[in-house]
Design a protein around this ligand. Sequence first.
Ligand code: GLP
Length: 245
Amino acid sequence: MNIRVFENDRQAAQAAACMIAAQILSKPAAVIGLATGGTPVPAYQELVRLTNAGVLDWSRVTTFNLDEYLGLPGDHDQSFKYFMMKHLFNKVNIAPESIHIPDGMAADPTEACMSYERAIREQGGIDLQLLGIGRNGHIGFNEPADAFSPITHVVDLTEDTIEANARFFASSADVPRQALSMGVGTIMQARSIVMLVTGTEKARAVRSMICEPVSPSCPASVLQLHANVTILLDSPAATAMNHCR
Ligand code: GLP
């Protein structure tokens, strides 16, 4: 694990944007895995700025998002599709057919997961996957469990995640109880992984991910086994790391 700690969240997000930009510049037809949540928003702003400045061209880029709520249509303002259109895709020159997000309204969600997995393979796999982390150590929507999930699948969200994401909805009762998510195995097959984590409320999850033995009880801990992973932290998110064994 390559771990970098920045003074503040803006600098950490800037570093994440730079790594994505570098990937696209070195391989214009790159396949990029993207994440939602509050954390990556400033990184997406920086990518839009670089695009407007003529540095980045998305015309040959393909994207795959980590996850989507089950039961939310893409035009619902809390769907991850809506989030991605608003923060990135509507602002850069990516081809609509190159955008992939699991279909939260699929009639057969299990088949939708299988076809998502196939689509990733057909594009030759993911070059760079951007990740955040949940307070409970989840990546994508892979919640703490007894085993790592191999492929894209339907997930039951934990109460902790529902509560954490309620801030985006009118109330926690409105948060969908299930989602479609890339599996831990899907994520681990990305050729490189960049994780962006900011804020003290993530410090314990960061500590478990980095300092404790790899275990599905902290899904992010599996990243210790990836050969090319960079963890970008602001100093509040790094505060518990000095208690590492
Ligand atoms: C969400 C997403 C994750 C994200 C995490 C943290 O539920 N499924 O991909 O990393 O929670 O989000 P935030 O950045 O808002 O803290």
